[in-house]
Write a protein that binds this ligand. Structure first.
Ligand code: ZN
Length: 394
């Protein structure tokens, strides 16, 4: 399943596997993966043959016209993807629900993916019936019927179902056409106060760089709203941990944007969509080795408060995600330790109060998050953290 998904994104972007393996080689634990591509249209050919990711038409050799850029968000593994979707770490304008034609539908993972899509309310959907190269026509039709029946009555009821083979790049043009028709580019409001989740942070200086040539720390992430420009003053919350009189506290960081990277290019301003890199004047020792993951970036004084004892309205699943034995989810208990994914922050929390669905936690590390933010909730089951539900910040 995950393999099929990776092959699909690779068929659309050509870069996915390479970038992923580089991350793995560098030993970085990433929650979010990104692959950027651009959609082009041949002015001479008819749909769907006119749609391509190439700058030249493979049918008639005409130069193609740029339509729009697309960023695919993914996460390594099923549970990580689910947590990413539920945590609000990524801006999702639409979703591809990938279902393999050679397996009966729904598989437990597919059921969970659709449930997550319903929770997050991603309305713009395309269903991809993958691996049609592995089945005969009879099975392909049967699989199509299973999928239609499965999504009937759900948020995906009216989503187009596009049969493809990612492995052999069959029908990719039809899939791009469906993306164009079913997932329109949303109107962004650049006047909202800007917010960015930090997905990674690093020190780009090579060892031994002379002091004069050292550049400031870099933070990478996803812009939720608004826009950032070079020379903007920014604030980063909750910031860095310090100890004062034996008490642990977090101090926000203030700095200035020196450079911006978006979609693989240097730019003067950046808005939501895809992964953005922000160069700052911060001491690179603060940003090295993903030291600022989980922080929120905004304009000074315009970020939500830092919370150490949040209350969440929780909604637990019937069964824990990813458990083979289909473990039933019991209610949250006072004193229990759970794990929260809020934005790109992952923090342990101790349950200090349970009133119906309202649960208050004492967090190991505070989070900077707004009311209404969604958090994924995991519980340790048989020695592993398992996703058991989500909560909305009150
Ligand atoms: Zn053409």
């Amino acid at each position: 399943m995950d393999h099929g998904k990776t092959t699909l994104v690779q068929a659309l972007t050509g870069v996915w596997a390479a970038r992923h393996s580089e991350e793995l080689r560098r030993g970085i634990t990433i929650k979010l993966g990104y692959a950027d591509t651009a959609i082009f249209k041949c002015p001479k050919c008819a749909p769907p043959q006119c749609y391509t990711t190439e700058t030249e038409c493979s049918k008639c050799d005409s130069p193609t016209e740029f339509v729009r850029a697309i960023s695919f968000v993914d996460a390594p593994g099923h549970e990580a993807l689910m947590a990413t979707m539920l945590s609000g770490a990524a801006v999702m304008d639409g979703a591809l629900l990938v279902i393999a034609a050679d397996e009966t539908c729904p598989q437990p993972q597919t059921r969970e993916h659709l449930a997550a899509i319903e929770i997050v309310r991603v309305k713009n959907l395309v269903i991809v019936q993958n691996k049609i190269d592995l089945v005969d026509e009879k099975r392909a039709l049967e699989s199509y019927e299973e999928i239609s029946k499965f999504v009937s009555g759900s948020i995906a009821e009216n989503a187009p179902i596009i049969p493809i083979s990612a492995q052999h790049a069959v029908n990719i043009d039809a899939l791009i056409q469906a993306l164009e028709e079913s997932i329109p580019t949303p109107k962004r409001d650049p006047t909202k106060p800007p917010r960015m989740h930090v997905v990674r942070s690093f020190d780009i200086n090579k060892p031994g760089t002379p002091a004069k040539k050292i550049v400031g720390g870099v933070v990478g992430g996803t812009i939720l709203q608004g826009k950032f420009s070079v020379k903007d003053e920014i604030e980063i919350r909750p910031g860095i941990r310090s100890t004062k009189k034996g008490r642990t506290l977090y101090e926000p960081l203030s700095t200035e944007i020196t450079t911006l990277h978006a979609g693989g290019k240097v730019t003067k301003e950046a808005q939501s969509g895809g992964l953005v890199g922000i160069g700052t004047l911060l001491d690179p020792s603060l940003t090295k080795a993903d030291g600022l993951i989980g922080n929120l970036v905004g304009k000074p004084g315009m970020l939500p408060p830092t919370l150490s004892e949040p209350t969440l309205e929780t909604q637990l699943f019937e069964r824990a995600v990813g458990t083979k034995e289909l473990t039933e989810v019991e209610r949250l208990r006072n004193g229990e330790n759970i794990l929260l994914d809020i934005g790109t922050s992952i923090t342990a929390g101790n349950v200090v109060s349970v009133k119906g669905n309202m649960v208050t936690l004492k967090l190991g590390r505070p989070v900077c998050a707004e009311k209404g933010t969604r958090a994924a909730i995991s519980r340790k089951l048989a020695g592993r953290w398992r996703l058991i539900g989500y909560g909305i910040l009150k």
